[in-house]
Design a protein around this ligand. Sequence first.
Ligand code: BES
Ligand code: MN
Ligand code: ZN
Length: 503
Amino acid sequence: MAKLPKIEFASLDQAPGDVLVVLSGEGGSVPEGLPGAMREAIANAARIAKFKGKRLATVDLIAPSGVAADRLLVVGTHAKEPATEEDFLKLGGTIAAKAKGTVTIRCETKEGPLAPADAARMASGATLRAYEFDLYKSKKSKGDDEEEKEEKEGDDEPATLTFAVADPDGARAAFAAEEAIAAGTMLARDLVNEPANILGPVEYADRIKELEAHGIDVEILGEDEMRALKMHALLGVSQGSPRPPRLVIMRWNGAAEGEQPVAFVGKGVVFDTGGISIKPAGGMEDMKGDMGGSAAVVGLMRALAGRKAKVNAIGIVGLVENAVDGAAQRPGDIVTAMSGTTIEVLNTDAEGRLVLADALWYCQDRFKPQFMVNLATLTGAIIVALGNHHAGLFSNNDELAERLSAAGKVSGEKLWRLPLSREYDKMIEGKFADIKNIGGGRAAGSITAAQFLQRFVNDVPWAHLDIAGTAMGSPSNEYNQSWASGFGVRLLDRLVADHYQSA
Ligand code: BES
Ligand code: MN
Ligand code: ZN
């Protein structure tokens, strides 16, 4: 993919490269230790630019003589609220966007040096910012005039970012974990950005198989095996596509054998045409991202394995294409899920819940996890409710819901809880079968979808994250410029790190 910056850590007395980045605090303050000429130049530039050290504000200036760099980039860090994990990603992303070539970042403010973990997060933010899905852009595109081409090529040179810190070894160790989380996030982005002609269920399962190189066990079930397990809810969705479905089970065993696992389940609809209840043409291309929930699960497993997290984690993804041909499932069809529950399929476009019904049941039945969290680009209604800045959270367990919400605040992958209740559950009672796959009408569309999923969950603590508004197409930010965001990887990694790792 795009060329990612080279990340290094050195001590605070490191000689600067082409660009020296200096962090600034309240009122534009800078660290005491900086040479007088530099402090003076920064103070002047700050005055002219009305720079007050506000978090993520920047001033760019030519370095005064005597400073061994060409440019100085002053980046503000001050805000009323204390900085979260995400704020350091944003700082790193801002720096990566503004500073090219060899860059040295002095990781200290007037108040003192940054903690190693925060410096490592800045490095991660810089990496995530540089991510670009350019696999299908032919570099030697004919139309480009020469000058433009050269400019682009110059931009392509990866930067070398040296983080000058008080404790380089500590920062390097912290970055080893951050790097794994960033790799998981970028893997999730890659999978979501990939078009459906390239990434069908079979190809997707093959890509997941590659994670064995990172110590993850990968098991792949095909159509016959799923039929033997009576997964007719999932299989019904797949039957209108010539491309066979896959159920992929990933296992990361980072804790003691026998320690109860945590489990993550993802919707992996590689393309959602809507089936016979076909979607309108406008914007349908976005439905290549209807496997965003599964991509987050895959990315999370990569992150946990990459940082050797002391946890036993299961990842299960249901991979299907919701296409439409003569064999496609019809509105009114009745299918029996693996659990034995019968389902009237009144709208073939409400397919994600059918896929998850069997994946969730299989997961709790086989692995008896401590909890299950599923992720899915499940409903357009969640975008109506929450837009792009929160994913919907539904849960049968307050403790799990609160832990997830807290992880959301720290990571910046924010969640907003919505209700589940008997009244909403009644809305999916079936006429000819146990339940139907839509609530009827547009009312509470995300909630009735969540109620449907809950029908396939027993007593296990469970949460459903509806990420239709956050997995893709969200406004870009300091550390993500890509259509696919990789939403969920950092959130769930934080959840695991804070509550489910053995010492
Ligand atoms: N994959 C869609 C939901 C979606 C919409 C994801 C927009 C991302 C962006 C899902 O399968 C779907 O089609 N849901 C229907 C449900 C309806 C038929 C009850 C919807 O939201 O319209
Ligand atoms: Mn659909
Ligand atoms: Zn869908």
